[in-house]
Structures are given as C-alpha cells and as structure tokens.
Design a protein around this ligand. Sequence first.
Ligand SMILES: [Zn+2]
Length: 167
Amino acid sequence: MTRRDFLWSGAAGVALLAGTAAMLRMGGPPDARAAETFEVTKTEAEWRAILSDAAFNVLRKKGTEYPGTSPLLNEHRKGIFACAGCELPVYSSETKFDSGTGWPSFWQEIPKAVGTTQDRSLGMTRTEVHCRRCGGHLGHVFDDGPPPTGLRHCINGVALTFKPATA
Ligand SMILES: [Zn+2]
C-alpha cells in the first residue's frame, strides 16, 4: 500500500464515520415513545372525550401551557399531583418548589412514576418527561434544580390534578 493509498483510505474512513454519526443522529423513530408501550392506552377520540382541550394538547400532543397560567403554581398544601390522563400519582408536594419559571416545578418524581425521552424539537435537545402508565406528556427535566437532586422537573399544570392529603 502506498502512502497515497493510505491517506486516501484514512480520509474515506473519516468520511464513513461522519456519515455513520449523521445517520445515528437522524436515524430511529423521531419519537421514541412510538416504540414504548403503556398500560393505559386509548384512541385519540377516547382521550379527547375525557380530557379538556388544554390537557389534551399537552398530554397527547406535547404542547406547552402558557407560563404563569396554572392554578397549581399557588398550590402549597400537602398532597399528591397525579397524571391528568390516568390519575397515576407522579409528584409529591414534598418535592415541589417555586422555580420562578411560571410552571409547577419539582426536584424529584414519585419513584417509577415517569419515563423520559430525548426531545430534539425546537432545535434543542431536552429531556422530555411523561407518565409511565399512559405515556401522557408532562413536561421536561432540566439539571438546574435545587438540592438534593439538582433537577428541575418543569411540568405543565394542566397535565396534573392535585389531590390534597387528608389530615
Ligand atoms: Zn398517566
């Protein structure tokens, strides 16, 4: 093998690697949830029948509510925040904090209550968080939260229902 051949094969290898990386970035289903199965499944019509338009838009269409609009921002009682789609308890008032973002925020989910996917919409890579039982979109998780986890679950209030603890 001549030096020229060696250089050429090296360049081809780099090109091949770059091509593979590009394929990996673009490959696979655009929404990983498509491959995930959930205990609670309904048709779009069935979801529309039980959810408000606003909740349907967030839970089933991954919409985002306008910041500052959720009554749950001012919910400071002890209790449980459940998925508005299937009523699975997903967050506890014990982990709720005021992030100042305009969305209800929590530093930890209830164990095994949620799943996450990588969301590459809007030109960003974010961690999407959804209900483990029905797959309903709840919001996103960021790593700028308070101790002890350092996480900020930024959740659409319309995707939650609050059940106050009975004293
Ligand atoms: Zn759910």
